[in-house]
Design a protein around this ligand. Structure first.
Ligand SMILES: Nc1ncnc2c1ncn2[C@@H]1O[C@H](COP(=O)(O)OP(=O)(O)O)[C@@H](O)[C@H]1O
Ligand SMILES: [Mg+2]
Length: 251
């Protein structure tokens, strides 16, 4: 029997002896109290769920437990401008592969700007196509990560990477992620993008009030709501806005 190196990160759970105060962040979040064990797909695992359900908190805690700064970046970036990091990382149990990933990155959308400034300050742009990330649009800077910075054989954590990307770029991101998967990489991605969620070599974990459960792509709200809206948008707009839309949407 041959052992697979992937998934580099196999599973994460809250330690049973971790007695967090259920009235205080982060244990006041129902999905975290009921999290159980998150088992990761060897290729891509998505976190989905309503805004505020705890996806970023869990992703950040995993990143910090793995040695990343809560700001994100590679493990060499140790910025501390995020004010309140939750204590959750101290309570996590991580099950890892016998083999360590050769590469890694934590993309935290809100502080990607700070990481870009840091890269300029330290003058390290070798992995970024030798051009300041600030000299590109947010979407271009992000695509540079996927196409130049990530080398493969890596474990990559990303929080809402689609925030910067046009629909076409999301398709390009999907292809780039697939290439990196073929090159031995594993991704954990919190996302609201129905385009990214369509990736087939993946597991979708849905965060909700009673914990975290696996869900099929076609059963996600992202798929059903987007599909319904695009197929019926004049009628849905009428229902939402309470006025006829004969002249087309004003928005
Ligand atoms: N640093 C913090 N201190 C206290 N509460 C927080 C903090 N960060 C997030 N929260 C709260 O925790 C909940 C989960 O947030 P978050 O993990 O960002 O959700 P998601 O990423 O799923 O939208 C939200 O209700 C949010 O207001
Ligand atoms: Mg979030």
């Amino acid at each position: 029997m041959t052992l697979d190196a992937k998934p580099y990160l196999q599973a994460v759970s809250v330690r049973s002896d971790a007695a967090g105060d259920p009235n205080v962040y982060p244990f006041n979040i129902p999905s975290i109290r009921g999290m159980g064990t998150l088992r990761f797909h060897p290729d891509v695992t998505f976190f989905v769920g309503e805004n505020g359900v705890g996806k970023s908190t869990v992703l950040e805690a995993i990143a910090v437990a793995l040695g990343y700064s809560p700001e994100g970046g590679t493990k060499n970036v140790q910025l501390k401008t995020v004010e309140s990091v939750s204590s959750l990382h101290q309570s996590l149990r991580l099950a890892r592969s016998f083999k360590k990933p050769a590469d890694g990155y934590f993309l935290r959308a809100e502080s990607f700007f700070n990481v870009a400034t840091y890269m300029d300050q330290v003058g390290y742009l070798g992995g970024y196509d030798n051009r300041s990330l600030h000299a590109r649009s947010h979407g271009e800077a992000f695509m540079t990560l996927l196409t130049h910075k990530f080398r493969g054989d890596g474990l990559y954590l990303m929080d809402e990477p689609e925030a910067a990307l046009s629909p076409n770029r999301q398709l390009a991101a999907l292809a780039a992620i697939h290439q990196l998967v073929l090159e031995g990489s594993q991704f954990i991605i919190a996302t609201h993008s129905p385009i990214l969620l369509a990736y087939p070599r993946a597991r979708i974990l849905q965060f909700g009030d009673s914990g975290v459960a696996e869900v099929r792509f076609e059963d996600t709200e992202h798929y059903t709501v987007t599909r319904d809206f695009l197929n019926n948008f004049p009628r849905r707009l009428e229902q939402l806005l309470g006025e006829p839309t004969d002249e087309g949407p004003l928005l």
